[in-house]
Design a protein around this ligand. Structure first.
Ligand code: ADP
Ligand code: MG
Length: 685
């Protein structure tokens, strides 16, 4: 008998090739296969009379073949098999393209069920390439709700569905039941066998709803439990105990006075650092809310306590920028600020590492190069990470290893919707900058299509004539993308076109394929005001600070996430002059238009983040799984927030009374949670 943990090759019909294709989808064992859920469903449950089907509807009809199927060659390389079928209500013409074998598969006088798209032209009804099976055979692919699975090369829907069917038949009864019985009853959750059967092959839509509800609950509940268990097992790290210095002395030296929110965030962090425990705090603030100043204040406080600070930025450009800003703020107070990035020459790096080891550096700003093995910190007290969701999980782990008793502050400009924060940042304390520095203005935002190109160019010219600068951002074009992507405007081509249209302007271009040195040179030129227009891919997305820039144009804006666009827009409106953002998009679909409309409507980063999450789901929201959140099999964190809250509440309740899951009724739960925590593919924050 096959077991859940057996390899899928035990299923008849799955050999080495198919197993490899399944492996690409993360499916190796039978349990993986049962947990490989459909992406959507096709409703083939409705069997209608031929005459009753509407034009364009996807329907099943049950009908008898009226004539011998005929094979015709209409053009070179194009073959047709055609025949007529009828039921009590009428006649239908069925056609198969380039499937000559259908001539022999279909027999005159036999009854079949066909599923396909009905097309009506006058009296004539036709259906092309329908799915079919014999009417007197058990319903396999017609007359029911069909699962549609995510695909991989080498697998068809049919193969996947058949494999899942065999897997279910072999071991649906072995599925463990990790949810405690009391909870199952109280929340009226479907049992495991029922849920797995009906999520793949729903008996009807209500069965599907119940199956899904249970599986979503299970997934979120187990995740919440794993996080709880991890927290319960963690000993609070002892931290350096900092005395609180007189921050007013620091604030008094600034060119402006800090906002109330900035002061509060600094106070909260200082209290952590004075507590004797290691700080683990998230500083969350919309673009432009002034997170850098808080970082500077805390680096200064560390310095006053005899400790040094490491500040990690996600890109070379940002490290450079932060280094400048922080030097400007801290050098006058007697601190030595240096930079360490991968792009520096071996010699430069060596000099910095030497000075670091000698204890001469008070604040080291850099990319992840800061945490390679040969960098030795003699008196590290504080680690600050900027825009933390851009760092891979591995990089964060390396950072954590270097900083045992060290205080940690992560800064994020992506406002995380509350429900999600509950899970991702469950073990971080959070400070929020909910107040913008004075003088920061609303960026007027417009969505236009490319018919506005000339007016847009005029607008660019006017900004430049006023002595202001302009950003033009294009989506990054990957070489692997297919030809339909060629209509996307690459940064280089956009720069050429702009230069042709506006020959008197100084236009520069920066993109991901350039060497770091070249990028830096172009960015420097823009920062110093030597270029009027900077055309770029999203390398400038985070943190770049040029107050003189007043216009942000985003090409193919539909290709960006809302939060990303909001971040981009935050690059302008930083100085005194009125600033604008223009989103250029020729996308016709309503959803794309609605999304861009939200940006024109509001400047509230939280609202935008919630909409973004709702529209795109958390995977895209964070990009490339860099958020450290385990991949969800079935739960949709944007839509299933009700279940998420319930799952979290139930997990909390269980851990409150049985923190180590020692009770008999929690044995199955404990086993599952422990295996989740062992599984390295799940990285929990
Ligand atoms: P972000 O939170 O996006 O990192 P920054 O730290 O880059 O924001 O700050 C945005 C801009 O606001 C910078 O030009 C900075 O000098 C300025 N700024 C920060 N705090 C204040 C303040 N309290 N008053 C006036 N300007 C400020
Ligand atoms: Mg910033």
């Amino acid at each position: 008998m096959a077991l859940l943990q057996d390899n899928i090759k035990t299923i008849k019909g799955i050999g080495e090739k198919k197993a490899q294709a399944f492996a690409k989808l993360g499916v190796v064992t039978l349990y993986d296969l049962l947990s490989f859920f459909p992406r959507r469903y096709e409703d083939r449950s409705l069997v209608v009379p031929i005459a009753g089907a509407e034009d364009g509807a996807n329907v099943c009809i049950s009908a008898v073949v009226a004539d011998e199927p005929r094979l015709a060659r209409i053009r070179r390389g194009m073959e047709l098999v055609k025949f007529k079928v009828f039921d009590d209500s009428g006649m239908l013409e069925v056609t198969y393209f380039n499937q000559s074998w259908m001539k022999n598969n279909i027999s005159r006088g036999e009854e079949y069920v066909f599923y396909g798209r009905m097309e009506c032209k006058g009296q004539r009804r036709t259906m092309a390439n329908p799915v079919y099976e014999k009417a007197d055979a058990p319903r396999g692919v017609t007359g029911r709700i069909m699962p549609v699975y995510p695909m991989s090369r080498g697998l068809t829907q049919k193969v996947i569905a058949q494999s899942v069917r065999s897997g279910l038949d072999a071991c649906v009864q072995q599925l463990p039941e990790p949810i405690p019985a009391e909870l199952m009853q109280r929340l009226k959750l479907a049992g495991a066998a029922y849920a797995y059967e009906n999520v793949h092959f729903p008996a009807d839509f209500e069965a599907l709803r119940q199956a899904r509800r249970r599986l979503v609950f299970e997934e979120l509940f187990l995740l919440a439990c794993a996080l709880e268990r991890q927290r319960a097992g963690r000993v609070e790290k002892p931290g350096l105990r900092f005395g609180a210095p007189d921050m007013e002395a620091f604030y008094a030296r600034l060119p402006f006075s800090p906002t109330g929110a900035q002061k509060r965030a600094v106070r909260e962090a200082l209290a952590d650092m004075a507590s004797g425990r290691a700080m683990n705090r998230l500083l969350q603030g919309d673009v432009g809310s002034g997170k850098t100043l808080c970082a500077a204040a805390l680096a200064w406080a560390a310095h006053r306590n005899g400790s040094m600070t490491a500040f990690m930025a996600p890109t070379e450009i940002l490290a450079e920028q932060h280094c400048k800003t922080l030097t400007g703020l801290l050098a006058p107070l007697g601190m030595r600020v240096e930079k360490l990035t991968g792009a520096m020459t071996v010699r430069e790096k060596h000099a910095v590492k030497r000075a670091l080891a000698d204890g001469e550096i008070d604040l080291l700003v850099g990319t992840h190069a800061l945490f390679t093995d040969d960098v030795v910190y003699p008196r590290l007290g504080l680690v600050i990470t900027d825009e933390q969701h851009r760092f891979g999980v591995g990089q964060r782990a390396a950072l954590a290893a270097k900083s045992e008793t060290v205080h940690m502050l992560v800064m994020s400009a992506t406002p995380i919707p509350r429900t999600l924060a509950l899970i991702i940042y469950g073990d971080l304390d959070v400070s929020i900058l909910d107040e913008m520095p004075p003088g920061r203005q609303k960026v007027d935002t417009f969505a236009v299509d490319s018919r506005y190109r000339e007016r847009l160019n005029g607008f660019i010219r006017r900004q430049a004539e006023n002595g202001n600068q302009v950003y033009v951002v294009c989506p990054a074009v990957e070489e692997s993308e297919n030809e339909s992507m060629l209509s996307l405007k690459s940064a280089e081509r956009t720069a050429e076109e702009l230069q042709a249209a506006l020959p008197e302007l100084r236009i520069a271009c920066v993109h991901g394929r350039m060497k770091p040195k070249e990028k830096d040179a172009v960015m420097d030129g823009f920062t110093r005001g030597e270029t009027d227009v900077l055309v770029s891919t999203t390398v400038i997305e985070v943190g770049v600070d040029v107050p003189n820039a007043t216009l942000m144009i985003v090409e193919n804006a539909e290709r960006f996430g809302l939060s990303q666009l909001h971040q981009l827009r935050g690059r302008v409106g930083r100085g005194r002059d009125k600033s604008y953002c223009v989103l250029v998009s020729d996308a016709q679909n309503e959803e794309a238009k609605a999304r861009l409309g939200i940006l024109c409507e509001t400047n509230d980063g939280f609202r935008i983040a919630e909409e973004d999450l709702r529209l795109r789901g958390p995977g895209d929201f964070f990009g490339a799984r860099q958020h450290g959140l385990p991949e969800m099999h079935i739960a949709d964190l944007g839509a299933d927030t009700g279940i998420l809250k319930a799952a979290k509440a139930e997990a909390d309740a269980i851990f409150a009374s049985d923190p180590l899951l020692e009770r008999a009724e929690h044995a199955a739960l404990r086993k599952r949670v422990e295996s989740m925590l062992r599984d390295e593919s799940i990285t929990l924050n």
